[in-house]
Design a protein. Structure first.
Length: 86
């Protein structure tokens, strides 16, 4: 949040629609890519993405998505929140 306080929104919007479309497309891809990948793999090898409780695959995917969006600090935060198995 603190990093976004100094953003010059006028300059960001001045980049044009192509840059904003690329930004929002990348954000949506990160958010939707993990669940779509899990669904695709579960259709081919359901035992690979199984698991319950701490072994659930989505727990690990949340930490990876956290690192893609906000770096190591977000990955550590997601790890502490969702507690994926080792």
């Amino acid at each position: 949040v603190l990093l976004t306080l100094s953003i010059d929104l006028k300059a960001v919007f001045g980049l044009g629609p192509k840059a904003l479309i690329m930004f929002f497309t990348a954000t949506a891809s990160i958010i939707l890519g993990g669940p779509v990948a899990i669904l695709a793999v579960s259709a081919v090898a359901p035992d690979l993405v199984g698991g319950a409780g701490p072994d659930a695959v989505w727990r690990g995917m949340s930490t990876i998505a956290g690192s893609w969006i906000g770096g190591g600090a977000n990955q550590a935060a997601m790890f502490e929140i969702f507690k994926p198995s080792g």
